[in-house]
Ligand binder design. Structure first.
Ligand code: NAD
Length: 484
């Protein structure tokens, strides 16, 4: 049975959740206090990049089950559930989550409740926050009205957010109130009917589940990253190690992809917040702390790799960078490993030109000194090395032979292990540096010996570098008009 829902905060989580809940048959109104966002949505434009979102939103807007509004007081009236889906960034200068946006919404919603409403926190909030939301809302409630709180953490991932919401590993909600639990069960009934697990818990348990899950995944990535460093030294291949351990059902294959470190709008702030919560309760959280530290060190490890590939220094080198967002299939640059690494490269004298398929709006503000190319070739042209920073599927569709031809020195540092080693070499790259794998002289498993490389350019030319530089410069003159 359809539930009347309002969602406050129409960002990555609020907008996707709103559109998916409408798709599940509910009557949804999404509210935001950013007029540009609501204006865009009311004119059929998506304020964020998320695969499939455009169609999902427009289908439900047409059906009349999804609307957008700036008017919070009017929009929460008559709603059975009001979701809070605003940001919970780190409190400036501390590791704690900044809850001011969550509490502001509780203050704004409570006086406008005109029938029993469940106030659902979907934002990621530290344990104890829902009790505080309850206190704040009680203080602001209109006389004679009633409500209950529920914690309903969200586990969707940017880039596959719709798939994750509609086909979740589990839904978790925690509440003390039977009436609230009944509404939550009605909201998620379409998923439960499709066989997805809906787990009802105490409020505190639901809050801790979210942080415990995110921190565990961050730990898993940091773990495989350190294993990758070992693989490089001893001649093992981290991708095969990950496959070998991932086949063990006790471990599982997910989140065992070595790379430049975790980032994004969740793992960094959520691990910090968990550490802060544990510290407030005087409980050691050493494993999460170690993962945070290992992840912070990752930038230097990655920088050293790029520097080595550039012959020992990046000073004066023109670097093509593929990927600015914290992972593929999103336009989100919040705490992206690309940002810190590019800043470090710039500080050491590199000139960076980047390409990202999502054209993130934040790029010019966060990295004002880099060039932004509109195409992969626009970034690669005349470059001394190509650095792959984000795991965009689009990169694997690039014509590597063409890319290498455009580069001054065809060197690739692939910090996401996106490509097949042989394919890269056969495409004219003279050096292919990966994560968790020796670049030269590595041993290969029997039966997997490397094929002879295909010759793309005359090897008789003594310095391929000089030869290609001339070619690249000639191309850059001819094609200087190509927009980047
Ligand atoms: N992004 C993710 O992948 C993801 C996944 C799971 C959980 N979460 C959690 O969900 C929460 C939201 O994250 P997000 O990435 O969607 O954030 P976001 O910054 O994309 O969106 C938050 C939105 O809330 C709006 N807002 C803030 N205060 C408001 C108010 N008083 N009234 C109306 N609108 C208001 C902002 O304008 C913004 O559009 C965070 O706690 C985050 O940790 C995020």
């Amino acid at each position: 049975m359809s539930v009347r829902i309002a969602i406050v905060g129409t960002g990555y989580v609020g907008l996707v959740s709103g559109a998916c809940l409408a798709e599940l048959g509910h009557d949804v109104i999404c509210i935001d206090n950013d007029p540009a966002k609501i204006d865009a949505l009311n004119n059929g434009r998506m304020p964020i990049y998320e695969p499939g979102l455009d169609e999902l939103v427009s289908r439900n807007v047409k059906r009349g089950t999804l609307r957008f509004s700036l008017d919070l007081p009017a929009s929460v009236k008559g709603r059975e559930a009001v979701f809070i889906a605003v940001g919970t960034p780190s409190h400036p200068g501390t590791d704690r989550a900044d809850l001011r946006y969550v509490m502001a919404v509780a203050e704004q919603v409570a006086p406008n409740i005109d029938a029993f409403t469940v106030l659902v926190t979907k934002s990621t909030v530290p344990v104890g926050t829902n009790r505080e939301v309850q206190r704040v809302a009680e203080r602001c409630l209109a006389p004679g009205q009633s409500f209950a709180v529920a914690s309903n953490p969200e586990f969707l991932r940017e880039g596959s957010a719709i798939e994750d919401f509609m086909h979740p590993d589990r839904v978790v909600f925690g509440t003390d109130s039977e009436a609230a639990a009944a509404i939550m069960r009605r909201i998620y009934a379409p998923l439960a009917q499709n066989g997805y697990e809906v787990l009802a818990t105490e409020i505190e348990t639901a809050e801790v589940i979210k942080y415990a899950a995110n921190a565990f995944l961050a730990v898993k990535i940091s773990y495989i990253n350190e294993i990758a460093d070992l693989c490089e030294v001893v001649g093992a291949d981290v991708d095969r190690v990950a496959a070998g351990i991932g086949l063990d059902r006790r471990i599982g294959a997910a989140f065992l992809k070595a790379g430049p470190g975790w980032g994004g709008s969740c793992f960094p702030k959520d691990t910090r917040a968990l550490k802060a919560t544990a510290s407030e309760h005087i409980v050691p959280m050493r494993i999460v702390e170690a993962a945070i530290e290992a992840n912070a060190n990752r930038k230097t490890v990655m920088f050293d790799k790029i520097e080595a590939a550039c012959g020992g220094s990046v000073a004066g080198r023109r670097l093509a960078v593929f990927g600015l967002t914290f992972k593929g299939q999103t336009d989100d640059m919040r705490e992206s490993p690309s940002v810190g690494l590019i800043q470090m490269l710039e500080q050491r004298g590199a000139k960076v030109r980047a390409y990202d398929p999502s054209r993130p709006a934040e790029a010019a503000r966060m990295l004002p000194n880099i060039g932004i190319a509109a195409t992969p070739i626009g970034a690669a042209r005349s470059a001394d090395a190509l650095v792959i920073l984000t795991d965009w599927k689009d990169f694997t569709e690039c014509n590597l032979g063409e890319l290498s031809d455009y580069m001054a020195d065809p060197v690739m540092v692939d910090l996401r292990n996106l490509f097949d080693e042989d394919a890269v070499r056969e495409s004219g790259f003279r050096q292919y540096v990966r994560i968790g794998r020796k670049t030269v002289g590595e041993r290969r498993a029997p039966g997997n010996e490397r094929r002879a490389p295909r010759t793309r350019v005359p090897l008789a030319v003594p310095s391929r570098h000089v030869h290609d530089k001339a070619r690249a410069e000639a191309r850059s003159t001819v094609e200087a008009s190509e927009a980047v």
